[in-house]
Design a protein around this ligand. Structure first.
Ligand code: IPD
Ligand code: CA
Ligand code: CA
Length: 271
């Protein structure tokens, strides 16, 4: 995230507008499946806790078609259909449904997440939660909004007064998560895990959650959330510290009053 600020750059703004439109369009497709889950076919990926549905695939296909129609030279990276290189210098990083587990079980905590990169910089991010009709959108240097209204991270929350969003998965030893949870609780904090890391990152940007931590995420899970949180006045541990974009890495983000404590607790429990 090291490019000059992009707020007057229409090429980014045009793409952000398209991201907002297709997040809503894809979200409507997913919502129709969510409301009639008898139509869902579900396949296991790496484990019974890692599944994909026909809705995930249909939404990602729609996103790819819409982007290709407007920006045919842009690169595409999506969770379900992988990387397609482009030549324009822009790359879209997409999770058609973040929170597939809650989605397939009928729990309304899931979203469509779309980030736009220019070179190595994440320049815009959109997260749409269809069940609440909430559209979070941010462009680098242009601020963050929720349904068009400016949003900000909490100016007051600490780990003791607010709630930490927590992510866990089977890609990392369980003791890393249990260690952080134990120390957080011992220090008077509390956590929530709703099954959608992208949506919890949007909640940090909106001042609902104090911070978010997950020991490993992929780029499509968190890139849109990073822009939202930065533009809403929060801090992030920059993903340029990951070994590579495709490897993914730890996600540690929050509002100002959480930084020192969260970094200390996570650092003390590193893998
Ligand atoms: C998952 C969710 C979950 C997080 C996992 C992700 P998916 O994404 O964001 O909250 O803990 O690390 O893989 O599979 O629902 O797209
Ligand atoms: Ca995801
Ligand atoms: Ca997904």
């Amino acid at each position: 995230m090291s490019d000059p600020i992009e707020h007057s750059d229409t090429t980014v703004a045009d793409r952000q507008m398209l991201a907002e439109a297709i997040a809503r369009e894809g979200g409507r497709i997913a919502l129709a499946y969510f409301r009639d889950r008898s139509r869902l076919t579900i396949d296991q990926k790496t484990s019974g806790q890692d599944v994909v549905s026909i809705a995930d695939k249909e939404v990602e296909t729609l996103l790819r078609e819409r982007i290709a129609a407007s920006f045919p030279d842009d690169g595409l990276l999506g969770e379900e259909y992988g990387l397609q290189e482009g030549t324009s210098g822009f790359r879209w990083v997409m999770d058609p449904i973040d929170g597939t587990s809650p989605f397939v079980f009928g729990i309304p905590a899931w979203c469509v997440s779309i980030a736009i990169m220019r070179g190595d910089a994440i320049v815009a991010g959109v997260i749409y939660a269809p069940t609440t009709d909430e559209l979070y959108s941010a462009r680098r240097g242009g601020g963050a909004t929720l349904n068009g209204q400016p949003i900000h991270v909490s100016s007051e929350a600490t780990l003791q007064s607010g709630v930490l969003g927590l992510g866990a998965n089977h890609r990392i030893p369980s003791r890393v998560v249990s260690g952080v949870v134990q120390q957080l609780l011992d220090e008077g904090g509390m956590f929530i895990r709703n099954g959608s890391g992208a949506l919890m990152m949007a909640y940090v940007a909106a001042g609902r959650l104090a911070a978010y931590w997950e020991p490993h995420m992929n780029a499509w899970d968190c890139y849109a959330g990073y822009v939202l949180i930065k533009e809403a006045g929060g801090w992030i541990v920059d993903p340029s510290g990951w070994s590579s974009m495709s490897a993914g890495g730890a996600v540690i983000v929050g509002s100002p009053g959480t930084k020192a404590d969260l970094l200390r607790i996570v650092g003390a429990n590193a893998a």
